[in-house]
Structure formats: structure tokens, C-alpha cells
Design a protein around this ligand. Structure first.
Ligand code: GLA
Length: 673
């Protein structure tokens, strides 16, 4: 891939006539678009009948984009099989947990475990690769779109049993292991033959949580297998071309993103803002940090965002002027090498005709297009940042198993959710100005002075070992409520929680005590916990704060334990932001972790990207309503102005400073071509 930042979006010219194509060419030039994602939902035009392909129109699109200097991200169209496919292979349509078979008429109507679907997907991917492998416009293969559809049909059941027999073993021995792992002695669920084992379909009451967890693991793997098959087809014809797929953030639960991050040449994510307020900025950081971490710290691609709209639950809100620029720089600050949108031109018809676009229905004489064109210029000016990485000081454990397992057992408290707890922990670090990576529970964590493991509901033996070694070796760990409640099988840990981490935390939890809706419990430090509380028994830990009222009055609420060369905190309730900030502040100070810009006022976000030869760029985003002064020295790239010690950032404004070294010497010349 070339080093410049990618700017553009999904381009669906098949929805338009030739006159519009010509207009698009000119507008793309005007907006400095250099990348177009093509073909995402084009299956029914590319293969109008089973086995008959029509590539002529796509040839024209790629040739035209190439002439205009626009690189192409070429999608395989497998997220939306054509109507003929349904009629030819009705068994390959997805079936919901309650047995309803879905029909075409929307998109994503396929079962990834159905042999006919897999064969059709391989065929169209292979044909596309054969035809376009050497096209000069081609920069990246984009397999499928947002893998996510889950199915509970008979094909899925067969594939699930295969997956289970690989996990637990074949034949009777495997079945015995499965019975043990799923705890089937409970409620008469013992399986006496493999054929009896099914996906967790709609059932009378609570499903078996171990079965549900395994199904989630299986389905992520099944989708990944479907992705790999397409990738292999592509590589047969285009061995060197990078391949990715776009993952929807922040709350898609379907994929184990760690596994997917390893399988893609570059991580690509889609993110649509759902909040107009400060939570929106933090959400961008949350998504950016996750995307970067899944790729092992490599720069990643923002494949889709919305230009001017915020999808706030039951209504769409407009972003204020300037917000698109600030949002985009939020992604770039955290390691994105692209600013791509869904989509270039608003669709004239269809279910998303009022979705945001770079060219809105109003046309180019619009606020949105003017901001898009201005952004194109900014992206060009920031081109030297491409390829630079981000150095984080803190890690937050991201554990899909904990998410899935907690969701399988929601009856402890409807207010407790894994995603919410992880978000809260990340947000506290954001407010502290500390840049954060996400980490696996069983990763080597020594690179991070500070690690947060919020609501790590499921702990594995490897995870317990890694967290223990981390603290013993001098790490600072902050663990919180409902951690270690289950093991890898989704069985309750016996002998108190957090299972296996008793020594490291110097405490154990005897009883969990969820709080009533909207209730709060006062703590001895003046804060009030919500959602959850626990009866904590201390061993070697010191008590930092206790419950001040209620059935747990006088019992520890927050503890701190010196273990080996490190420190492990435990927080047994949900803290309000101010109390969490105090706690994270103390933990960070103990770990020697500080903000990127010391003393930055609330709402000022600062992140540094690191390039070759020691070059650095300081991204500053002022989300606050007042101007900020930031110490900096170098060249501000949006304006081209020198910064001689102090950078003034107006309310809502952004800046990127190519920094000079502390001794005042000039920055080195561009290290890359
Ligand atoms: C997703 C999809 C796009 C489009 C957008 C907007 O990210 O990938 O095709 O549907 O959402 O809703």
C-alpha cells in the first residue's frame, strides 16, 4: 500500500446513470478523493444467473477510477446473495433461533454454514480475483461486509457438532467431555448421541450457558472459515494483494476480534457515531484503540463512518459544522491510515436513501460537500503521518469470552453488561489523558505499566497465570466487579471469586449483591456505588474504601494489594466518573503513568503518533467550549504555521504538530518516499 492516507468511501455507481458518473469524476477530484470501495453489494449484477458473470460494467468503473487517480478497495459481494440464490438454495437462507427462515428482500440473507452458500461465495470471489488481480487500480481486497449474520439451521447444527468434536474429541469420549463441559447433569440435558446436540435454539426457559458460549465461539470461527476460503480464492490469483474485511464497531458481539485481527492483512473497521455529546468523542477513541490493538498495533483502516449524521437510537441527529473534521482526526490520532465513508453519493432509493453521504441528495452546493472537500485537503496535508504508530501506556483487557459468557447469564443484574464496564474503564483513562491499548487476558502485559481488567467475568488458567505474572513482575492491575465468576467452560468458580486471583488481589469475594435499579450505596470516601456490590473478604490487601451503609456496611468496597513487585486493586462496585477518576489517578500515579499533555484541561484530547527515525506528530483535539494552550514545538500541518512553544487550540478545533526534538533541532526530512 502506498504511504498516503486514504480518503474516500463506498462508491456504488451501479445505482447511477452515465451523466452522474462524469459528475462524480469531477467531484472526486475536487474533494481530493484517492480511494473508492467498490462492489460491496453488487452480486446480483455481477452474477445475474448462477454461473453467468457480467463484469463489463465493473471493468469500466475500475478503469475510470484508475484514470482519475483513485485507488480501489474491491469488495467481494457475498454479504447479499441475489434473489436467484434463494430460490435455487432455500436451505442456505438463515434461520433464526425460533425457527423462522428469512427471505431475500433486504441483505445478509445467507447461512455461512450452508454448503451452497459457501460454494457460491468461493466462486464469485475466485472469479473476481481472476479478473482483477492485476488491475492497476486495485489496492486492497475487501472480503464480504461486516460478517455478522448468525444462523441456527440444520447446516449450522452439523457444523457446530464438527466444531465441538474438534474441541472435545470424537465419539463417546468426546461426548463425555462435552457433557461434562456443558454441565448437562443439570435439568436432564445429558446427551447420549452426537445427533442430539443442537445449536441453542429457542427453548422453553433459560438456555444452557455453556452451550450458548460454545455456540458463540463456534460461530465466530465458522464466519472466519468462510472469510479464509474467500481469501484463499483471492490469493490463488493475487498472491501479494492485501486482504481485509470490515468489522462493525462498537457493539457487534459476533466476532472474536483477536482471531480476526490475526487473519487480516490490515484491520478495517466501520464506526457510526451514536451520541452527539462527549460520549461520542470517547467512543471514537474506544473504537480506534480496539482496532489498533486487534492488529497488534499496526495502522488500521477506518472503512466507514458517516459524514454529517449521528445515529442516536430512535432518531438521526446532524453533526455540527466542524465535527466531521474533528471526528476524523480522532480516528487518525489513534492509528487510522484512512478516512473512508459510507458512502460517496447518497443512494437515490432503497433502505438507506437517507443515510449520510459525501455527496448528499442536495448535491455539491451543500455544507456537507464543502466540509468533505475541506477534509480532503486536510487529509492530503497529513499524508506524512501514514504508517506511524501509537504508543500506549495502559492496557485494558478485552475478552470476548467474558462478554459472551456474561450475556449468557444476564439474570444476575440487568444493569450489568461487559461492554459497558469496559467502556467505562477506557473512558476513565481517556479522561486521564492516558492512551490505551486493548489486551488479551492471557497476553504478555509487561509492556504496560498499568492494566485495567474491568468485569473480567470469565478467567482462564492462562489468563490467571498472565495477570499473576504481570503483577508479580511489577505491574499495576485494577480489576473490578463480577470478575472471575466463571471458568472457560462457563461454570461457576467455587471457593469465592475472582477465581484463581485470590493471592494476587489479596482478597476474595464471598457473595455478590447486585443493587436495585437506580439505587446507590454510600462508600466511606464519600462516593456512591451503583449497580453491583460484593461482600469482599481481605487477606493481605489494604482497604481503600468501605461500604458505609446497607447490608455491607463496614465491609471493604475498594482494596489495594502489594504483590511481588507490583500492586493489584479491586473495585467491587460501579463507581461514578469522579470517583473512578480519583482511583485511576492514584493507580496511574503509582504506576508512573501520565497524560500525553500534562495538565491538559478536560475535553482536550492529545495523542502522539510515532514514525520512523524518531519523528513524532502530536494530534490535539479540543472538544471543549473554551480555547486551550498546549505546549508544543514544530510545524502545525493543517495551517502550515510554526509553533514555538505554545499551541493555541480554539474550541472545537484540531491541530497536528510535526514535533521538533526537545533540543530544538529541526525535524528530519521525510523518511519515506
Ligand atoms: C454498515 C454497512 C453499510 C451501510 C452502513 C450504514 O456499516 O457496511 O453497507 O449499511 O452500515 O448503515
Amino acid at each position: 500500500m502506498t504511504a498516503r492516507l486514504w480518503f474516500g468511501g463506498d462508491y456504488n455507481p451501479e445505482q447511477w446513470d452515465a451523466a452522474t458518473w462524469a459528475a462524480d469524476d469531477a467531484l472526486m477530484r475536487e474533494a481530493r478523493v484517492n480511494t473508492a470501495t467498490v462492489g460491496v453489494f453488487s452480486w446480483s449484477l455481477l452474477e445475474p444467473e448462477e454461473g453467468r458473470f457480467e463484469f463489463g460494467w465493473l471493468d469500466d468503473v475500475l478503469d475510470r477510477l484508475h484514470r482519475g487517480g483513485v485507488r480501489v478497495v474491491l469488495a467481494t459481494p457475498t454479504a447479499s446473495p441475489p434473489p436467484w440464490f434463494t430460490l435455487a438454495h432455500p436451505d442456505a437462507m438463515p434461520v433464526t433461533a425460533d425457527g423462522t427462515r428469512l427471505w431475500h428482500g433486504s441483505r445478509d440473507t445467507y447461512c455461512a454454514a450452508a454448503p451452497a452458500y459457501r460454494a457460491a461465495a468461493r466462486r464469485i470471489a475466485g472469479e473476481l480475483a481472476r479478473r482483477y488481480a492485476r488491475h492497476p487500480a486495485l489496492a486492497l481486497w475487501h472480503v464480504h461486509n461486516e460478517y455478522g449474520t448468525v444462523c441456527w439451521c440444520d447446516h449450522a447444527a452439523r457444523a457446530f457438532r464438527d466444531w465441538l468434536s474438534r474441541r472435545y474429541g470424537r465419539g463417546q469420549a468426546g461426548l463425555d467431555a462435552l457433557n461434562e463441559s456443558w454441565g448437562t447433569a443439570f435439568w436432564s440435558q445429558h446427551y447420549s448421541a452426537w445427533e442430539q446436540v443442537l445449536p441453542p435454539r429457542a427453548t422453553q426457559w433459560r438456555p444452557n450457558p455453556s452451550q450458548v458460549l460454545d455456540y458463540r465461539r463456534f460461530w465466530s470461527d465458522e464466519l472466519l472459515a468462510a472469510f479464509r476460503e474467500q481469501r484463499e480464492q483471492i490469493r490463488r490469483h493475487a498472491p501479494a494483494a492485501p486482504v481485509t474485511t470490515n468489522v462493525m464497531l462498537p457493539d457487534y458481539q459476533v466476532l472474536d476480534a483477536w482471531a480476526w485481527g490475526r487473519e487480516t492483512d490490515v484491520v478495517a473497521v466501520d464506526h457510526y457515531l451514536s451520541s452527539p455529546g462527549p460520549e461520542g468523542h470517547v467512543d471514537i477513541a474506544f473504537c480506534g484503540d480496539r482496532a489498533r490493538s486487534w492488529g497488534g498495533g499496526r495502522p488500521w483502516l477506518l472503512m466507514e463512518q458517516a459524514t454529517n449524521l449521528i445515529y442516536a437510537g430512535d432518531r438521526i441527529l446532524a453533526k455540527e459544522p466542524g465535527r466531521m473534521l474533528r471526528d476524523t482526526l480522532g480516528y487518525l490520532a489513534r492509528g487510522a491510515d484512512s478516512a473512508l465513508f459510507f458512502q460517496w453519493r447518497a443512494s437515490p432509493a432503497g433502505a438507506e436513501m437517507f443515510h449520510a453521504a459525501m455527496v448528499p441528495h442536495a448535491g455539491p452546493d451543500s455544507r456537507v460537500f464543502r466540509e468533505v472537500a475541506d477534509l480532503g485537503l486536510v487529509i492530503e496535508r497529513l499524508g506524512e503521518v501514514a504508517g506511524a504508530t501509537v504508543a500506549a501506556q495502559a492496557g485494558v483487557v478485552w475478552d470476548p469470552d467474558s462478554w459472551w459468557a456474561m450475556e449468557s447469564q444476564r439474570f444476575t443484574s440487568a444493569d450489568l453488561g461487559y461492554l459497558g464496564e469496559v467502556r467505562d474503564a477506557h473512558a476513565a483513562l481517556w479522561r486521564a489523558g492516558v492512551v490505551t491499548d486493548f489486551v488479551r487476558q492471557d497476553a504478555g502485559l509487561a509492556a504496560y505499566p498499568l492494566v485495567l481488567a474491568p468485569a473480567l467475568y470469565l478467567t482462564t488458567d492462562a489468563g490467571i497465570g498472565a495477570l499473576t505474572r504481570y503483577v508479580a513482575g511489577g505491574g499495576h492491575l485494577v480489576m473490578s466487579l463480577a470478575s472471575g465468576m466463571v471458568d472457560a467452560r462457563n461454570h461457576a468458580h467455587r471457593g469465592g471469586t475472582p477465581g484463581g486471583l485470590r493471592d494476587v488481589l489479596g482478597i476474595w469475594v464471598e457473595e455478590f449483591c447486585p443493587l436495585p435499579r437506580d439505587a446507590a450505596v454510600a462508600l466511606s470516601d464519600g462516593a456512591a456505588g451503583t449497580v453491583w456490590s460484593e461482600r469482599v473478604r481481605t487477606g493481605t490487601a489494604e482497604v481503600v474504601a468501605s461500604y458505609a451503609e446497607g447490608p455491607l456496611a463496614g465491609q471493604p468496597a475498594i482494596t489495594r494489594n502489594a504483590y511481588g513487585d507490583g500492586v493489584a486493586w479491586y473495585v467491587s462496585t460501579r463507581l461514578p466518573a469522579a470517583a473512578q477518576d480519583r482511583l485511576i489517578g492514584d493507580a496511574a500515579a503509582g504506576a508512573g503513568v501520565g497524560p500525553v499533555v500534562p495538565g491538559a484541561p478536560p475535553g482536550l484530547e492529545a495523542v502522539r503518533r510515532h514514525g520512523e527515525n524518531g519523528r513524532t506528530w502530536l494530534f490535539v483535539l479540543n472538544h471543549a467550549g473554551t480555547a486551550s494552550l498546549v505546549p508544543a514545538r514544530g510545524t502545525e500541518l493543517l495551517s502550515g504555521r510554526r509553533v514555538n512553544g505554545v499551541l493555541e487550540v480554539a474550541p472545537g478545533a484540531v491541530a497536528v504538530v510535526r514535533e521538533e526534538r526537545a533540543d530544538g533541532s529541526r525535524e528530519e526530512r521525510a523518511a519515506r518516499p
